[in-house]
Design a protein around this ligand. Structure first.
Ligand code: SAH
Length: 261
């Protein structure tokens, strides 16, 4: 073992490579090892020294390429070799990014680490779709929720649905596209107005960003008519979605055809 290594758990931002933080970029520039995700923009890897070892450990929606335990071990092992390790993750590392588990693994072994927050997709993809997640007139509360819903705790799920349907103005569902039928039905069943606006934003902040809007009542049908909406995508529910009509700035600058009626 050489000198003390360190692991930086770094948020890469949502897609647009310029949305990484200055601190995250500084970490990349001094990295000796970069362990990166599927959703971290690969363009960012160019900022690591040429000599840095680059290790892909991304997961695909249907199968894992590397188990989380193996990633934890890898980070620890490289740091114990004395290396500066950057664990580069899409968005923010602590928002459905498992940074908590990785940090815990390192803490338990006495390995130094830092968490460098990133711009999370639920906020950034929405902003790039012309939707502020809060607004004085249209939304004073905001929740991030996984769309990978666990069916093993039904009573908890009922409480959660009820809270999301009645207590939160804007809800961003991550990893939720496959469960869109369930999500919209549960929200309506628990009392949310079926006319509530919804946006599905795929590849937010990138040139291939695509958006479909509708309401809880018809979003499923509208999505079915737009096959170019693919993962990764955010489902954003709430009155703030209406703002898109007025401030859809990003697609306008790109000249992207708006998939909106
Ligand atoms: N840590 C990440 C989230 C990882 S979970 C973050 O903070 O953003 C992966 C989910 O994030 C995807 O299923 C999708 O719901 C969302 N996501 C990530 N990048 C996205 C993008 N560019 N546009 C839309 N959704 C995105």
């Amino acid at each position: 073992m050489s000198g003390a290594g360190k692991v930086y758990l770094v948020g890469a931002g949502p897609g647009d490579p310029k949305l990484i933080t200055v601190k995250g970029m500084e970490c990349l520039q001094k990295a000796e090892v970069v362990v990166y995700d599927r959703l971290a923009n690969p363009a960012l890897l160019e900022y690591a020294p040429q000599t840095a070892e680059r290790i892909y450990c991304g997961k695909l929606p249907d199968h894992h390429t590397m188990r989380q335990e193996s990633i934890n071990e890898l980070l620890a092992e490289k740091a114990l070799e004395g290396k500066v390790v950057v664990r580069l993750k899409g968005g923010d590392p602590c928002v459905f990014g498992r940074a908590g588990e990785e940090a815990q693994h390192l803490a338990e072994r006495g390995i130094a680490f830092e968490i460098v927050p990133g711009v999370t997709a639920g906020i950034a993809a929405s902003a790039y779709a012309g939707i502020p997640v809060t607004h004085r007139d249209h939304g004073s509360s905001f929740a991030v929720v996984t769309g990978h819903l666990r069916e093993d705790k039904p009573e908890l799920a009922v409480e959660k649905w009820s809270a999301l349907a009645n207590g939160i103005d804007t809800v961003a569902f991550y990893m939720g596209v496959a469960n869109l039928p369930l999500i919209r039905t549960q929200l309506i069943k628990h009392g949310r107005d079926p006319h509530t606006p919804v946006a599905v934003i795929s590849w937010g902040t990138l040139p291939q960003q695509a958006v479909v809007t509708g309401t809880l009542a018809d979003i499923e049908e509208r999505l079915a008519q737009n096959s170019h909406i693919t993962n990764p995508a955010i489902i954003l529910v709430g009155d703030v979605v209406k703002m898109r009509e007025k401030i859809n700035w990003f697609e306008a600058t790109l000249g992207i055809e708006q998939v909106q009626q």
